[in-house]
Write a protein that binds this ligand. Sequence first.
Ligand SMILES: [Fe+2]
Length: 386
Amino acid sequence: MGFLGALPRLLLFERGGIEKLPDIISELGLSGRCMLVTGKRFAKSSGYLDKLRGLLESAGMSRVVIFDRVEPNPSANIVDEGGRIAAEHEIDFLIGFGGGSAIDTAKGIAVVATGGGSIINYFYPVEVKHSTMPIIAIPTTCGTGSEVTKYAVISHGYRKNVVLGNGLVPIATILDAEVLKYLPKDILAHTAFDALSHAIESCFHVRSNELTQMFSVEAVRTILENFMRAYDGDFEGRERLLYASMIAGLAINFSGTVVVHGLGYYLTEKYNVPHGLANALFLPQLIEYSSERMPEKLVMLCNRLGIALDDPGACARAILRKLDELRRYAVLPSSLHEIGVPEAEFEKLVDEGLSYRRNIENCIAPPSREDVERMVRSAFRGLTHD
Ligand SMILES: [Fe+2]
């Protein structure tokens, strides 16, 4: 076993932890000019924008620049624009406040502001080697895991592109469950399924190891146990999901995602299907596939979740039943038909899924074209428990 990965230098998980932002800044020795990267609506309407501005002023920043142009599925143009503004203002460090989009935008801005050029120049298979600007990540959803990972996902021309490098790992992360009080139920459900996908896909990744499995199992268990009450608005349940999404992020930080993410990207880019929901629509197919092609891993996951079965088919059914319970509870669609994707998209979905080669080839048993066709066919119908 071997692995190499970067982690945040400071990781604060505490209710009301945002109030400690000045302490974190001081402990990290950060000073000067700061850019706050966030979306247009939530930060302002919730009062967090003013709160953060106040905290940054009290921390003695010489300048606070607000970049509130983050959009869902952030585009290369927005990142480049943020990078230009950050360079112009000679920004010293960044704060990403929001869902995965805000944190990924902050990461992209850091890459461009320090390395120059456009974020397009840094898309995988390039690996970002320069150490980027410090980022403090404050997630407001419970799915992305971006607050602890080396990845940023940036949209460009109907494609999701990954920018990766250990320098993208935020220097500090503040996980404050208070912010999740505002999270609408549907977004909570989508993002929780994103975290669930990270944790499960990581188990079938070639770099899965004892460390990532520990994170994966704990994340899956925690999500299964807390999803429903979190969906109903229970604060502790939401706090547990915030914890689970962070550790699922740790799992993929040392391994990665596989075919579910690769297949889901096109749905998001073309049909605007939220990222987590797109994953939810393909996750059952990975479970079924794993029961045939990666049975030991599936049985391991099941057993470590406390499901004492040794038949891979029975394990798959047990996990599918649990996923289905959550899906039904949150009234999420179960098939591509249900969300209105036309059958005519079949070939395109297969081609696009296969085009994310990293997600295909990093699977312990890389799916063939026929395998992917089978998954997409099944996703059109929906693979539910009964
Ligand atoms: Fe994801």
